[in-house]
Design a protein around this ligand. Structure first.
Ligand code: NOJ
Length: 535
């Protein structure tokens, strides 16, 4: 039997924004538990929770100050345990985001490390007498001076997120204890944050620059793959656990090294997920290259939004048909799908005209750097909005109050008026809604094993239409995704049957199907039917 995660559709929950259960304006475990039936009905089989551990939240939880607890904003350990139990009762597995690369500067380990050059934990972090030219991924130098001990410490992200020294075996042991703690609580796996950053260049050579810094020596360094194999071996001692890695790269040659036998189960395929425009050519190129690189030995992931990027509906022009078409691609092409909360109702990006309302450290830093470079307030705000990840982190729009930005008193302005009703309440009983479409799609995926684990019979693109056949021993599923604003003909044999489309409910046809502009169509064919080609 295939591993459960190969057959599952995941859903990312951004902790503070999904559902507030106690009325303090912040999402929490009680809230999420109350929405498990919603997720079950949607057809979700796995949940990825962004970090929920105690944290000063400089980078919204990706700065952990206690790896074995629950942040009080999100509830108590008992709330977490109840949530996990209730999720499992509904057949939903849960994976936790784990940040192994860095801790909060408030973590006791760092406080000890910082206390003196001779402290036994000094070497748990990366200290140097002189900085090199490495830049933080949030901008500015990656080195912070500590006057008391007259050395610099390294931080790949904010200065409050201090990089651990994975060259020190004690760090590894401490983190294995953390993983053990959560595995024994029954968590089903981990999403490993920036996992290709664990090792840095051992001689700290300067990064090359080419207008901007090229991050050559601060990630994907020698030794990182063997640490990852050790992590994978440790976690996989526990039966049925799943590891998905965030490998911060869009380069398929790099991504593919991190997953497969003895390594992570899958990694996030940013080569597909980060595509900026609604562009069949670019998408097809990456889908085909991934298929060629992975073959049947590795499984890609499919996602188009996350808490770190613009929502795909907004990236692709805020058009519902396009969003539905991309949802079809995400849930029928080969890969483990990760739906970002709110995408199932078509939630859109948020931008602010008030810098005081910005929460994301990356946006705030971009604003500060822009002002330092002499930009005006307006120019700096544009740059801040571009970098800020607040755009996709607004509260889940359960009802119209939330859509209007009144949700729980948070300073969000959400959906523009012309966007219509982008709320769960409004879409729940509307068969034409995005939510109903997602539900049908998830159900269809669950009912057809070839969509979960089937191989491609072929994967092609012509005239901006991507079309493919997935098959296993029992069935063939034909999918055509017309990215073009012109119709496109598809010849699919006479014995095919319509399973789903974002544009029609019936198939009136002979041999040829006129696939409409921006239509995504899913057909079922018999095993012997190989008559699928462009008309
Ligand atoms: C990746 C996370 O997804 C992002 O939100 C965070 O800022 C960085 N890692 C640093 O932990």
């Amino acid at each position: 039997m295939d591993k459960w995660w190969k057959r599952s559709s995941f859903y990312e929950i951004y902790m503070p924004s999904f559902k507030d259960g106690n009325g303090d304006g912040i999402g929490d475990f009680a809230g999420i538990t109350s929405k498990l039936d919603y997720l079950k009905e949607l057809g979700i089989e796995g949940i990825w929770l962004t970090p929920f551990y105690p944290s000063p939240k400089v980078d919204n939880g990706y700065d952990i100050s206690d790896y074995n607890g629950i942040d009080q904003d999100y509830g108590t350990m008992a709330d977490f345990e109840l949530f996990l139990q209730e999720a499992h009762k509904r057949g939903i597995r849960v994976i936790a985001d784990l940040v192994l690369n860095h801790t909060s500067s408030e973590h006791p380990w760092f406080q000890e490390s910082k206390s003196s050059k001779n402290h036994p934990k000094r070497d748990w972090y990366i200290w140097r007498d002189e900085p090199n030219n490495w830049e933080s991924f949030f901008g500015g130098t990656a080195w912070e001076y500590d006057a008391e001990t007259n050395q610099y410490y390294y931080h790949a992200f904010a200065k409050e997120q201090v990089d651990l020294n994975w060259a020190n075996p004690e760090v590894k042991c401490a983190m294995f204890d953390v993983m053990k703690f959560w595995l024994e609580k029954g968590i089903d796996g981990f999403r490993l944050d920036v996992i290709n950053f664990l090792k840095v260049h051992d001689r700290f050579e300067d990064n090359p620059t080419d207008g901007e810094q090229i991050h050559l020596y601060d990630k994907d360094q020698e030794g990182v793959l063997s640490v990852i194999s050790e992590i994978a071996a440790f976690v996989h001692q526990y039966p049925d656990k799943f590891l998905v890695g965030e490998v911060g790269s869009e380069d398929l040659d790099i991504l593919k090294q991190y997953s497969g036998l003895g390594k992570l189960d899958v990694v996030f395929n940013f080569n597909i997920g980060s595509i900026g425009e609604f562009d069949a050519g670019k998408l097809f190129e990456q889908l085909a290259a991934t298929e060629q690189a992975y073959g049947s030995a590795q499984m890609p992931t499919l996602f188009f939004s996350s808490h770190d990027m613009s929502r795909y509906i907004s990236r692709f022009g805020n058009e519902e048909d396009r969003a539905k078409l991309v949802a079809v691609l995400m849930l029928t092409a080969k890969g483990v799908p990760f739906i970002y909360y709110g995408d199932e109702i078509g939630m859109r990006d948020w931008v602010t005209d008030d810098i005081a309302k910005m929460k994301d450290v990356q946006g705030i830093m971009a604003y500060k750097f822009a002002l330092e470079e002499g930009k005006s307030h307006d120019e700096a705000l544009v740059m801040a909005n571009k970098k800020s990840r607040d755009k996709s982190r607004t509260p889940m729009q359960w009802n119209l109050d939330a859509q209007a930005g009144f949700s729980e008193g948070l300073p969000w302005i959400t959906v523009p008026e012309d966007a219509g009703k982008v709320t769960v309440e409004d879409q729940l009983n509307d068969p034409e809604s995005m939510l109903s479409f997602y539900k049908s799609l998830l159900k269809l995926r669950k009912e057809h094993s070839s969509l979960q684990v089937g191989d491609y019979e072929f994967l092609r693109m012509e005239e901006d239409m991507i079309y493919f056949v997935r098959k296993d021993q029992v069935e063939k599923i034909i999918v055509a995704l017309n990215f073009s604003d012109q119709p496109n003909l598809l010849e699919a044999g006479t014995d095919v049957r319509l399973l789903l489309s974002n544009k029609r409910t019936r198939l009136d046809r002979g041999n040829e199907i006129n696939v409409l502009a921006n239509e995504a169509i899913i057909l079922k064919g018999e095993i012997g039917n190989d008559l699928v080609k462009k008309g």
